[in-house]
Design a protein around this ligand. Sequence first.
Ligand SMILES: [Zn+2]
Length: 112
Amino acid sequence: MLDSKVGEMLDTEKDIVCDECDEVIDVKIESEKLKNNTKGYYFACNHCGEKYPFLTITPRGEKYLKRMHEMRKKSKEDPEFVKDPENVKRYQKCMEQYRKEITGPYKESDVK
Ligand SMILES: [Zn+2]
């Protein structure tokens, strides 16, 4: 399952309108392998098929993403978890590292 953090890269509160056909896109995020061992996230217009790549992530970035996901899950199960400043610090550190491993949209020529 795609981590919601990636979803936050997109402003999902607002409707995303397709540049090609002007219809509101029902966003479903997908991923694909890119060159340089990275992974790309994109969504496509469900009306005309126009593709919108929006994020590139390294394998290390995915590890951080997974770690953050686990910590969020833990904090939901155990409210005490977030009360520990060490855990909060660890999460923020993870987030910092994660941000270094991601870049924005990629080109179709980057796809493996
Ligand atoms: Zn479209």
